[in-house]
Design a protein. Sequence first.
Length: 241
Amino acid sequence: MFGAIEEKLKNSEKIVFVTGAGISQESGIPTFRGKEGLWRKYDPMKLATIDAFYDDPKLVWEWYEDRRRNMLAAEPNPGHKAIAELEEYTKVVVLTQNIDGFHQKAGSTNVLELHGSIIRIKCTVCDFKDEIHSRFEKFPPRCKCGEILRPDVVWFGEALPQDVWSEAITHANSCDVMIIVGTSLAVSPANTLPIYAKQNNALLIEVNPESTIMSADMDLSLKITSANALPHLVSIFKRLT
Ligand code: APR
């Protein structure tokens, strides 16, 4: 499957993964832009922007709470688990656009959540922030300070957390292999990470059943699903030990 680049993989010092909704698709979590994508059914401008939230915090909360319940009830799949297992063989960093926490649940210990986390909430005014695994019944939930709480996610038009983004660029600039898994690369600035890696002569591998805008720039573009492809990656390293 990895053919000629197996040698480079074996000699890699640090593998950076850039993951998107596709890696959680085989855990039963819908993607955004595929055939069954969320943005085909819902208008992101009504659910995933700060203006939409202040226009109708109850609607936005109900939508996120529904997604949060699905994610809390779902499990990581062999794709997430393979990335976690790779840590036994080489340095691995995961830069994920996903908010489902599946990489951490699968055992990955070096995960940067570029778009936040659906498990975490924060106050719209004070500096309260916490992980919440229980269900909300009343929407929008209120902070102890009396203001409304929001999901700790990055909405369209919002900046990524500055510390997370600058660390992500540092990793993209200092890896010898970048594996881009389950993302359409439609959203910036996450979609610039492979460009940083390429500028530093990293080997680029894409795992996606569909082509993306950067497929032609990849050293290897595997048109298969992540739960099928990524365990093979682990077997390459396993053979080494
Ligand atoms: N294995 C690998 N890739 C898959 C699989 C799978 N089983 N199923 C679908 N894919 C691919 C699709 O072909 C598509 O290219 O995953 C990609 C998912 O793309 P999007 O739905 O656009 O998701 P993503 O790239 O993560 O979106 C980026 O957009 O809406 C915002 O904040 C949201 O983080 C999200 C960002």
